[in-house]
Every structure is written in C-alpha cells, then in structure tokens.
Ligand binder design. Structure first.
Ligand code: FES
Length: 281
C-alpha cells in the first residue's frame, strides 16, 4: 500500500498528490511515468511523474479528472492509500541519458500546455540542477487553470506565461510566443520539448518544423492502461508503429502522425470506439 501524504486541488479538476513510494522515488527520472490503482477494482491509471524527493521517498503526481477512476482518485485525502503505485515505467527523457557536456551545449525551449506543465516541471528542474538555463513557455486556457507557475519560474531561466483568453500575462497560444521569441527577439533554440494537449503538440511541431527546431513531444495523453496491452497508445512515428507506453512516452514530434493518434484518442473515449478498434487489430 502506498500512502498519500499530501493531496491538493491545484485548479478546477486538477489535483496534486505526494505519495510515499521510496523505491519509485529512488529510481525515477524525468520523462518516466507510474501506474496507479486505487483498489482491487480500480482501473490502472498511467500518470507522468511531476516531481520526486529521493531522500523522503516521495513521488508527486498531478492528474486531471476525466472519468470515473480519476474522479474517485480526486476524493482521496492525505492519509489514504493507493493499492498499487508501479514504476518508474517508460523511457526517461533523452537528455538524461546523454553526455551532460553535450546537453550543456544546446539551448532548450520547453513548452508546457495545461496539465502538461506537470511532466515538463521535472525536466526543467533537472536542467536547473545541472546548471543549464532553459526558456519555458507555459500556456493555459485561463488564469485559473494555470498550475505550477511558481515552481517553473524558480527552475527556468525565463518563463513566459500565456493564456488563451488573456486573463493573465500575455494573451494567445503558445505558438505565438514561440514565433515571437524566435522571429522578433532573435532567440535560437537547438531543441524544443513540448508537452500538453495533442492539438497543442501538433501545432507546436508544425511551427518548429518550419523554424527548423528539432522537437520532442510526450504522448502521455493518449495512454489508457500503460501496459502495452490495450492498444490505445498505438501511434505511427516516422512510418513505424510505436506504443507510447512502451517505446515512449517521448518521441520526435516531427515524425508523429498526430491526426491518426488524435482519432484513436477520440475513439478510446467511448466503449463502442474501443470495441471497434479492437476488431481492427
Ligand atoms: Fe495501452 Fe499503451 S496505453 S497499450
């Protein structure tokens, strides 16, 4: 059993929990995910790791309520337990595995959209811990849905916040900020890491392709059970079939077939869709 030591509502339908899971905390790296299960009958829910404290044995997860299981999860309080908290799973972010001197030579731009700020945060924090200054763009629909702003501000070299409705900081999409930084302010980036809603990642990739900036995306949003069994996260990357939960969740965004992945994501939202997809497999 895994004890929840902190449970907090960050914004409408978005929750943060610190969970006692020393083995996961010891081993996890930015980019990886865990699978949580409330009890015997609960669904398996894959969630990207938002933060970890190896000394205290804590792992931080952030989730948005989207269905029955996450609604049940949101009701849990500090002192409650998860039956399962399995991980770390998936592949760590590429830069974690690389020679640090090579990573230091590059200028990174992180783009976080909505709940995507949660998986972006440990990556930006990792960069800070290794003395690397990165630029971060954080976008949300509205001010009330913006999460982890203070944490990102503390870890980033520069943080640019934008809201779709202009209720806070600048108004507009994250793509407009990228354009502004590159075209008007003359910033040069060697790598962009974009994590957020599929539609956001699709348009960020379209733009960064035009701008010639290699881009990594995390396909965490399309995972359903995180086991390689359900087929929900099947995606074509550079003409090859991949599974986000096994081969990813991070991929070269310029090679991802977003339209196909989004269609599957829609189908998996309904029971009938899931059945139809299974028949095709
Ligand atoms: Fe089910 Fe990857 S999430 S196969």
């Amino acid at each position: 059993m895994y004890k929840i030591v902190k449970a907090e509502c960050l914004a409408d339908k978005i929750y943060l929990m610190d969970v006692e899971a020393p083995r996961v905390a010891r081993a996890c790296q930015p980019g990886e995910f865990v699978i949580v299960k409330i009890d015997e009958v609960g669904e398996r829910i894959p969630l990207t790791i938002c933060d970890f404290d190896r000394a205290k044995g804590l792992v931080t997860i952030v989730f948005q309520t989207v269905g029955a299981s996450t609604l049940r999860m949101a009701e849990l309080k500090a002192g409650d337990y998860f039956q399962d908290f399995v991980g770390p799973l998936g592949q760590p972010s590429e830069f974690v595995k690389e020679d640090i001197e090579e990573v230091k030579k590059r200028k990174y731009l992180f783009v976080a959209g909505g709940v995507g700020s949660a998986p972006v945060y440990p990556q930006v924090k990792w960069m800070r811990e290794h003395g690397i200054d990165v630029d971060v763009i954080e976008g949300s629909k509205t001010k009330d849905l913006l999460i982890l702003e203070d944490e990102l501000r503390a870890a980033a070299g520069n943080l640019y916040v934008t809201t779709d409705d202009g209720s806070y900081e600048r108004k507009g999409m994250v793509t407009e900020v990228i354009k502004d930084l590159v075209e008007n302010q003359g910033r040069k980036y060697d790598v962009c890491v974009a994590i957020g809603p599929m539609i956001m990642m699709k348009f960020v990739c379209k733009l960064t392709k035009e701008l010639g900036i290699p881009t990594i995306v995390s396909l965490n949003p399309i995972m359903v059970d995180g086991t390689g069994m359900c087929g929900a996260c099947r995606v074509t990357v550079g003409g090859e079939v991949k599974f986000a939960c096994v081969d990813g969740p991070e991929f070269d965004g310029h090679l991802v077939d977003f339209d196909q992945a989004m269609k599957r994501q829609q189908m998996y939202k309904t029971e009938e869709g899931r059945a139809a997809l299974k028949l095709q497999e």
